[in-house]
Design a protein around this ligand. Sequence first.
Ligand SMILES: [Zn+2]
Length: 263
Amino acid sequence: MTTLHNSKEAPTSDTPDISPRQFCCAHGIVDTCILDRDSSRRRFLQTTIGGTLAALATAAGVEFATPHPVLAQSKLSPSAALQELMDGNRRFTSGHLTSCEQDLAILKQNTIEKQEPFAAVLSCADSRVPVELAFDQSIGHIFVTRVAGNVVTPEIIASLEYGAAVLGTKVILVMGHGSCGAVKATLQGKEVPGQISALYPHIQPAVDQAGPNLEAATKANAKIQSALLRQASTVISGLVKEGKLKVVAAYYDIASGAATLLD
Ligand SMILES: [Zn+2]
């Protein structure tokens, strides 16, 4: 079985020959990925394996699965895990994605039996917040929970506790976003069909705190939900106290694609 190559490993003879077609992209941006592949591969060759190996590899016509900095996911510190997310977001906003260069077949194969996501994200369900894409991550890297308004419920706590205590996520990002319909609806407090208004009580404290400005209320909500997560879960608060986990609030600008930390 082939494995994704670690940046510290030299290429071996069983390095898979990955054609551009196999550099399939999970995010429907294959053109960008293939266009960007050569420059990324050059960077990789220059920075990780040195001139001699690069020359040998080039001479042999060997293609690599692009190494990913979080292969040893469970060994990242909470700060490093957060940094990896923010670095990924910078790659996303600058249009230099690297996650799409990873071989999805290999990533799938390596995660059949286990998963070791380095980070968890509690996001709104909004379709304009593509979590993995926004942080330039791929299969097995982020444990994502989503609910409209990114509110903390017992089920969300249970999921994030599982992510942290069992799977070893090192950071939980609670992320609100621009133009959030759930926060807007809570601000307006209008009659809505079905059970949509069940979200209101979760978001109302942020509206009470921040007032009628949508962005301010959305940011307040992310911070309140983040604090609630730290307080309501003994598992999460325990890991935070031990320095094994960070819980951070963030705001995602849907126009620029930039995530900003709020804490
Ligand atoms: Zn939303």
